[in-house]
Write a protein that binds this ligand. Sequence first.
Ligand code: 5AD
Ligand code: SF4
Length: 449
Amino acid sequence: MPQIPAPKTYRVKSFGCQMNVYDGDRMAELLAEQGLSAAAEGDEADLVVLNTCHIREKAAEKVYSDIGRLRREDGTSPLIAVAGCVAQAEGEEIMARAPSVRMVVGPQAYHRLPAMLAEAAAGQRVTDTDMPAETKFAALPPRGQGDRRVGPTAFLTVQEGCDKFCTYCVVPYTRGAEVSRPFADLIDEAHRLVDAGAREITLLGQNVNAWAGEDGKGRAIGLDGLIRELAALPALARIRYTTSHPNDMAEGLIAAHGEIAKLMPFLHLPVQAGSDRVLKAMNRSHTVASYLAILDRVRAARPDIALSGDFIVGFPGETEAEFAETLALVDAVGYAQCFSFKYSPRPGTPAATMAGQIAPEVMDERLQRLQAALNRDQLAFNRASLGRTCEVLVERKGKHPGQWLGKSPWLQSVHFAGEAAIGEMVRVELAEAGPNSLHARLVENVALA
Ligand code: 5AD
Ligand code: SF4
């Protein structure tokens, strides 16, 4: 490959989880620091970063179709970099299958993008899927540099990786072992985000509630200690965190839900299945009863908490009776919103070679029944909120003139009309409920610090 002109514009396309969105933002900031500018909407970018997800099959297949779609009529392509978890898991295969891909970079190595870019511009194809001991975070430009603004809601990755090894999951292989970022770095990044305009911060981690560190005085703290410290930032109005593992749901964190007003009443606590036999085969190391006991304690600390979870249907060996236990669990909890998936065998994971793989049509049918139950409960939760007065952080303009969109404390999408601006907090009365959003009446604008 001959030398190629250095790219001037970039586009980062992130798939999958919120941690990928965070990584995508940080890659964009890194490229901006290198002098590249974001390609305008509708324009082709000189450099396209596909920030991929490997959690389920469809997500990986999407990458190849996206690469194909970037091809121009004359057969050439912009400079393509594949980042994220597919890059980590299938880097070599991508290089072999997709000649137009010039760079493959894993989720722990993207701070090296500038150097890779120089090599790619010199005509080489480069792969970096190292999981170096030194963290990428130290090598990235700080958030909110110069006059760079962020939106009212921002993500902050506090923890990465997973040591739990659920038998269906690729995360321990693609993201590596559990690592907590240091307290001081997180406080610094939170300050920068707030200074750049963030009013709500969502703390992210594959096992965010496994975060552990030392506070400014050298005391060992958990996620609740970090949240407490962040709650002291006057201009920060709201704190959320996701995703949690039941086994790391410490008493201090549960208590924090009743004690810290800025910690929003929402908990995403995946359970995956409602049968103890399936949970054991999944290596979840909790039971249905221990999971429900955690929810009871959380509800005791914060009675209005909105609960969310993840479910997998059709795990190898799942019987109809075991699936019925999942439906019974859903009925027992009354979730506010959930994610649910068909089991997808991931190469290299123990479950992929287990006996009793379930036929696709059985999985389809189970997923439909589960989603019908979850949708019913979501609508019921939204309807039960009607008449409530609550605060909404305005995130963007709605489709209609004068309409605004934001989130309730319970993470419901809320739209309303009236005088407001992005980044403002308003008090509204929830007036009409649909399955996916609520309509509200503006009561008043709330002053923020
Ligand atoms: N197949 C289907 N769903 C999966 N998840 C993780 N791995 C798989 C898989 N192999 C789901 C789990 C997890 C969420 C992020 O994705 O529900 O909580
Ligand atoms: Fe995957 Fe289980 Fe770790 Fe979640 S806890 S990332 S599902 S291995």
